[in-house]
Ligand binder design. Structure first.
Ligand code: AMP
Ligand code: MG
Length: 468
């Protein structure tokens, strides 16, 4: 059977100034490295047994019937600095399938490429593939990975590296920065068209810009709380990497905590720790304030809108605190937090910080009573555990609560790097193994026990880099 994708491309029907029509640039020798068949099935894609066809389409060498490739315009605040013109510089949206965007990333230059080559190298492509699918399995809203294709070309970075193209699937690629781009140009008509499109597609229950803002705030509050709950550090929470759908997007320099410290930073370009682990809850409020600002021109009375929107953004702070309390008390087995419970979680995190305890393994072993092994000063842990046990006596089935809240496996940075090193040498076996392991992060599988181990000093990843 030949490959068939049931496209219906609503974004390409918006005003032309919101995007540029541009085709993927063909590559020298497309070779399929990975394909997510279950996801393809969910999207109604058929004929995906045609490996050669998949390589051509998802490498950018053949345009599937019904595709209308475009590069989307957006702007954004990068590390707090306004950049009026970003846009898909190395990505094209092939089209939409059953309400999801299919986007090729690393597919060649576009009018938004500036000085970039429009390409991606194998490392970030496989990293995004593994980590985004792992996030999905963890129950965290995220873009998905459909395909990875080797290009047979080299891309020049610090050195010449093998090129690849990732196909990313997202409910939406509309970012805070998409709204900002049009608001900054004072293109009210374009802004209105984008707004109407976003509401119709993602928030049909919503009436007007204030309700839209509140709905996006709620999804982002839930998303960031989920990141915190698994020790995820996005690494580059610029407003152009903040999707209005509330999906995790852009896996450039992301990383997971090994030992817990709230101010952990991995990204090489985040020199001041703006996007450190615990700061993510403040930054998302800042990003939502930028969305609010971009929506003001849609309102008939700007002064009244500023007052209402400011209130909505400010309300995000206590909302995040509530979500944090619910999430982090569940992680210690408490289903309905009462007075003092949040402090109990905070005290555990303080102990973990003081002693450099592993975030994932500490929480994952609370349920089986071996968490104290994660600490060097066990007396300090035992003191905390006495109070904790006393509180748990009032809970119904705290072990079950903890098992559901605490993953056993997260994609640790050193395993991702190890997988990339192997893939560069042509060995895709570690990739396949990680994909298999991270598909069931809450199950204890003996075969994958090595993946639970925190890194030895020699394995430790100190820095992560943007996918450029
Ligand atoms: P990112 O760091 O992936 O969020 O990208 C920030 C901006 O730089 C986006 O507009 C990207 O499309 C663009 N960009 C990143 N890498 C490249 C590249 N190799 N070629 C062209 N544009 C790029
Ligand atoms: Mg980005």
């Amino acid at each position: 059977m030949t490959l068939s994708i049931p496209f219906d491309n609503s974004y390409a029907r918006l005003p032309e100034r919101l995007f540029a029509r541009v085709k993927p640039t063909p590559v020298a020798a497309p070779e399929l490295l990975a394909f997510n068949h279950p996801l393809a099935r969910e999207l109604g894609i058929t004929g995906d047994d045609d490996i050669d066809g998949l390589a051509k389409v998802f490498g950018g060498n053949a345009l599937p019937e019904g595709a209308e490739p475009i590069a989307q315009l957006y702007a954004g605040h990068q590390f707090g600095q306004w950049n009026p013109q970003l846009g898909d510089g190395r990505a094209v949206l092939l089209g939409e399938v059953q309400g999801y965007d299919l986007q090729l990333k690393g597919s060649g230059r576009t009018p938004f490429s500036r000085n970039g080559d429009g390409r991606a190298w194998l490392g970030p492509v496989l990293r995004e593939f593994v980590v985004s699918e792992a996030m999905h399995a963890l129950g965290i809203p995220t873009t998905r990975a459909l395909a990875a294709v080797a290009t047979g070309e080299r891309v020049q970075r610090e050195r010449a590296l093998p090129g690849a193209v990732l196909t990313r699937v997202a409910a939406s690629h509309i970012r805070v920065g998409t709204f900002q781009a049009l608001a900054a140009r004072q293109d009210i008509e374009g802004l209105r068209a984008l707004f109407d499109h976003a509401v119709a597609r993602y928030y049909p229950e919503v009436d007007g810009p204030l309700a839209f803002l509140e709905a996006v705030i709620e999804r982002q509050a839930q998303l960031v709380t989920k990141w915190l709950s698994v020790g995820f550090i996005h690494g580059v929470m610029n407003t152009d990497n903040c999707a209005i759908s509330g999906e995790t997007i852009d896996y450039g320099p992301c990383a997971f905590l090994d030992e817990y410290h709230p101010l952990t930073v991995f990204s090489s370009i985040d020199q001041r720790g703006r996007y450190a682990y615990a700061r993510q809850a403040e930054i998302i409020v800042w990003n939502m304030a930028q969305l609010a600002t971009a929506l003001i021109p849609l309102m008939p009375d700007a002064d009244a809108a500023v007052a209402d929107f400011t209130k909505a953004v400010h309300a995000m702070v206590p909302r995040l605190e509530t979500l944090w309390a619910e999430t982090f008390t569940r992680k210690i087995g408490i289903t309905t937090p009462c007075d003092g419970d949040m402090e109990l979680s905070a005290r555990l995190l303080q102990l973990m910080t003081d002693q450099g305890a592993d975030f994932t393994n500490t929480f994952a072993t609370l349920a089986n009573g071996t968490a104290r092994d994660q600490f060097t000063d066990r007396d300090a842990f035992d003191l905390w555990a006495q109070d904790w046990q006393a509180r748990l006596a009032e809970e119904n089935d705290p072990e079950a609560t903890m098992r559901a809240a605490n993953p056993i496996l997260i994609p640790r940075n050193h395993r991702i790097e190890e997988m990339i090193d192997a893939a560069v040498e042509g060995d895709m076996a570690p990739f396949a193994r990680l994909m298999q392991a991270y598909a069931h992060p809450y199950e204890k599988v003996e075969e994958f026990s090595d993946l639970r181990r925190r890194p030895a000093d020699s394995e430790r990843v100190h820095r992560t880099f943007c996918g450029t």
